[in-house]
Every structure is written in structure tokens, then in C-alpha cells.
Design a protein around this ligand. Structure first.
Ligand code: MG
Length: 279
């Protein structure tokens, strides 16, 4: 299923995207987190509800971030060979490294990304993200994939001048609106090969990133297992997997985003996550 969180008026609902229609799954689960925590039995119930539930044309509702308030968003740093190679300062990592995006930076499809006055280098990064489905603590690589609920996209929006000013990338990655997530969560039964997904970024229609998760340095099981050695991963937590080559900072000449721009990140199976840059 392609699961979404959407609003009609002020109320948030869980839905299933079927073509250009959103089917309301509220009678199965009030929130995406409830649906995730309910596991296979609740997904089966959602499948039943799907047959008779109210449906809305996609263009009549507003999509929200699939998980509007995740407890954690953890991001893998350099994890594509192509991105490591385009960065003259990058050392090819021997193990995955991580940083966090805070829940306060999460926004949804079509939401504006506020342009921060503190940056002159607003950049994009298309990232394939896993949504954790079951609690994981000190897990082994061979055990983690059965705890993944599904997959979505995250735009790891970055203020490069703030990010590179010191060794702390937290600030440059966490301005309000710097974590657009969506448009949907594709459950694992519909996306069985996370390591073979094409990813693209378009800025005002211009193709700037065009990669594939087959270029990963570290596998998804490796990434999730390493995080779980440190912290307990909870249902609804989001784990991203780095970005392929083509970020604006390493384009020649450099490309940055400005108010009025439209930034789209796209992934096979998952779809397109579009946001605008607001003044
Ligand atoms: Mg990134």
C-alpha cells in the first residue's frame, strides 16, 4: 500500500493512495503511528476497510508529512560512492556516520520551505528513507529488515554555509522546514528491493540529481543495525540513507535555491515530493 497522512479541513486522517484517489483509512487507524504499531493485523484490517471507505480525489485534499511528528529522524552522512567522489574534502568512510534532523524541521508535500536569512547557500539532497515498524535495540543486520514498515523520501535540505562553518552540522541541517518528508510511505510488500531504487532531483524542472540506491556504500541493514547499537529505534522513526551526487554545492557552477523556486525529489515506486521556497 501507498499510505499517506492527509487533512480535510483541520483534521488529519490516514489514507491509502490509489492512483489519483485517497481512500480514508481512519476507521482502521486514527494515525499513521497507530497503523505502524498495529503491524500486519492492522494492515490487513486497513486492506479490508479499503474496499468500502470514503474516497477523495487527490486534488481535493492536502497531503501532510506521512508521519507528522516522528520521535527521531536519523540521517546517514556520506553513503553514495558518487557523492563521496564529487566532494573533494570527503574521506571515503570506513563505517557509516550519522546526524539527526529534529522533528521541528519536518514538513509535508507542497509545504513551503522558509528561506532563512542566515544562509546564502540553500541546498537540496534527495534521500531514500526507511520507516521503522518495530522496536529495535542492539539488533543484528540479519534481523532488522523484518522490522522495517516501509519507505518514503526525505529532502535533506541544508544551509551549506552554516553546515560547513564548524564541525557541527546540526544547525545547518535543522532550520524550520528543512526536512520535507513524503509524499507517501510504500509498505515493504510493494517495495522489496530498497537497494535498487532510482532517485532524482529537479529544481524548477532542471534535473540535478540522478542516482540509484545501488550506489550505497553501506547497506540499509548495516545502517539500521549500527544505529540500534546506540539507541532504541521506535515504530515511526525515520532513517535516511544519504544522497547521490549532484547536490547544488558541488555543481559547477554552484546551484542554490532561492525564494520562489520549486524543488522536487523523486523516487521509483514512491513518487514525487514537491516543495516551494518561501521568502
Ligand atoms: Mg544528507
Amino acid at each position: 500500500m501507498k499510505l499517506v497522512t492527509f487533512s480535510i479541513g483541520s483534521a488529519a486522517h490516514v489514507g491509502c493512495l490509489v492512483g489519483e484517489v485517497v481512500v480514508d483509512l481512519t476507521s482502521a487507524a486514527p494515525t499513521m503511528k497507530t497503523l505502524i504499531e498495529g503491524g500486519a493485523p492492522l494492515l490487513a484490517k486497513a486492506g479490508e476497510v479499503l474496499k468500502s471507505a470514503p474516497r477523495f480525489p487527490l486534488n481535493s485534499i492536502r497531503l501532510l508529512a506521512p508521519i507528522p511528528n516522528p520521535s527521531k529522524v536519523l540521517c546517514c552522512g556520506i553513503n553514495y560512492r558518487s557523492h563521496a567522489e564529487e566532494n573533494p574534502n570527503a574521506v571515503m568512510p570506513s563505517e557509516p556516520f550519522f546526524f539527526a534532523k529534529l522533528p521541528s524541521s519536518v514538513i509535508g508535500p507542497d509545504d513551503p520551505i522558509p528561506y532563512p536569512p542566515r544562509t546564502a547557500q540553500l541546498d537540496y539532497e534527495v534521500e531514500f528513507a526507511a520507516v521503522i515498524g518495530k522496536q529495535l535495540r542492539r539488533a543484528q543486520e540479519e534481523d532488522v529488515m523484518s522490522a522495517v514498515f516501509g519507505y518514503t523520501l526525505l529532502n535533506d535540505v541544508s544551509a551549506r554555509d552554516v553546515q560547513f562553518k564548524d564541525n557541527q552540522i546540526t544547525l545547518g541541517k535543522n532550520f524550520d522546514g528543512f526536512a520535507p518528508i513524503g509524499p507517501c510511505i510504500v509498505t515493504t510488500d510493494e517495495l522489496s528491493r530498497p537497494d535498487a531504487i532510482g532517485l532524482r532531483t529537479r529544481l524548477n524542472g532542471r534535473l540535478l540529481q540522478n542516482g540509484s540506491t545501488s550506489d550505497w556504500l553501506f547497506s540499509l541493514p548495516r545502517i539500521i543495525a549500527s544505529l540500534s547499537q546506540v539507541m532504541t529505534l521506535q515504530p515511526g522513526d525515520i532513517v535516511t540513507t544519504g544522497t547521490p551526487a549532484g547536490v547544488g554545492f558541488f555543481q559547477k557552477p554552484q546551484v542554490f535555491m532561492h525564494p520562489g523556486d520549486v524543488i522536487e525529489i523523486e523516487g521509483d515506486v514512491i513518487g514525487t515530493l514537491r516543495n516551494t521556497i518561501a521568502a
